[in-house]
Every structure is written in C-alpha cells, then in structure tokens.
Design a protein around this ligand. Structure first.
Ligand code: IDP
Ligand code: MG
Length: 153
C-alpha cells in the first residue's frame, strides 16, 4: 500500500469541482486517509514547491496556491502514487489526455486544478509537510476486498 498527497488547488475549489474530483478517486477504489480544508500559509507553499524556486512561474504559483482555500488529501491504495498521477494527467490542461482530471476540466498550464505527489520520495516528504502534525487515519477499508484481487498484493 502507498499513500500519496493530493491537493485540490484554489481553481478547483472556486470552480465548484471538489465533489466531482473527489468522486474520481473514490470511484477508482482508493481510500481517503486524510483531508484538510485550509488556506495555505506562504511558508508552507514555498516548502512544498521548493524544487521550483527560481523558475519563471514560481512567484505566480505561490501567489495562486495561497490565494484561496485548498483541499489537501492523503489517498491510499496499491501503487497509489503512480495511479493518481495517471488520473491527474499532464501538467498543462491543453495537453492532458481526455479522461484525465486536467484533460477533462482544465485549459491552463498554471491553473491546473490539482497536485499529486510524483514519486515515493515526494509523497513521503509532502505527507510529512502537510500531515506531519497528525490527521492521518489508519482504518480498515471495507471496500478493499472487492477492489483488489488477492493476487494484487
Ligand atoms: P505537476 O503539478 O504536473 O507535477 P510541476 O512541473 O511539478 O507539475 O509544476 C508544479 C506546478 O507549477 C504545476 O502543477 C503548475 O501549477 C505550475 N506550473 C508548472 N509549469 C508551469 C508553467 O510553465 N507555467 C505556469 N505554471 C506552471
Ligand atoms: Mg510536480
């Protein structure tokens, strides 16, 4: 089992897409083990996006993610990190494949609705950053035995 960090960004919240986007992960069979609705402090945004510091879009990105509430989620499943990246799609909504979240709902390279951890190392770092003070719930998912075949483990 892997846990990944997913953020519904301010554009997803303001456009009223939270329910539909959460529904995609639920319908896939993934388990929600953490959820926080919050304004992002600037320092936290800077730590989260530290790898992009100095890039031309960086200041705009920090301004964007701190401008309005976000929904931060920890989502669990077998291979959840790669599976969620696939559901999310390519960074730019104009290039993302139809069927992906960004491909179906977005037209922008910056306002692209959602963040998902891109590797096990990123997931570990990001989960510590956003849920380090607690808030992850370890519980038995009753749907698990019907979502996974025993040979999936
Ligand atoms: P990702 O979210 O698909 O992993 P990254 O390259 O890690 O994409 O970039 C982080 C975020 O920075 C993107 O989701 C997007 O919001 C923003 N961003 C990335 N590239 C651009 C760009 O070329 N113009 C504007 N914003 C960008
Ligand atoms: Mg990234």
């Amino acid at each position: 089992m892997e846990t990944t960090l997913i953020i519904l960004k301010p554009d997803a919240v303001q456009r009223g897409l939270m329910g539909r986007l959460i529904g995609r992960f639920e319908a896939k069979g993934l388990q929600f083990v953490g959820m926080k609705y919050m304004m992002v402090p600037k320092g936290l945004a800077e730590k989260h996006y530290a790898e992009h510091a100095g890039k031309p879009f960086y200041d705009g990105l920090i301004g964007f993610v701190t401008s309005s509430p976000v929904l931060v989620m920890a989502i669990r499943g077998i291979n959840a990190i790669a599976v969620c990246r696939k559901l999310i799609g390519a960074t730019n909504g104009q290039k993302a494949e139809p069927g992906t979240i960004r491909g179906d709902f977005g037209m922008s390279g910056g306002y692209n609705l959602i963040h998902g951890s891109d590797s096990p190392e990123s997931a570990e770092r990001e989960l510590a950053l956003w849920f380090g003070d607690g808030g992850l719930i370890d519980f038995k998912s009753t749907l698990e035995e019907w979502v996974y075949d025993p040979s999936d483990y």
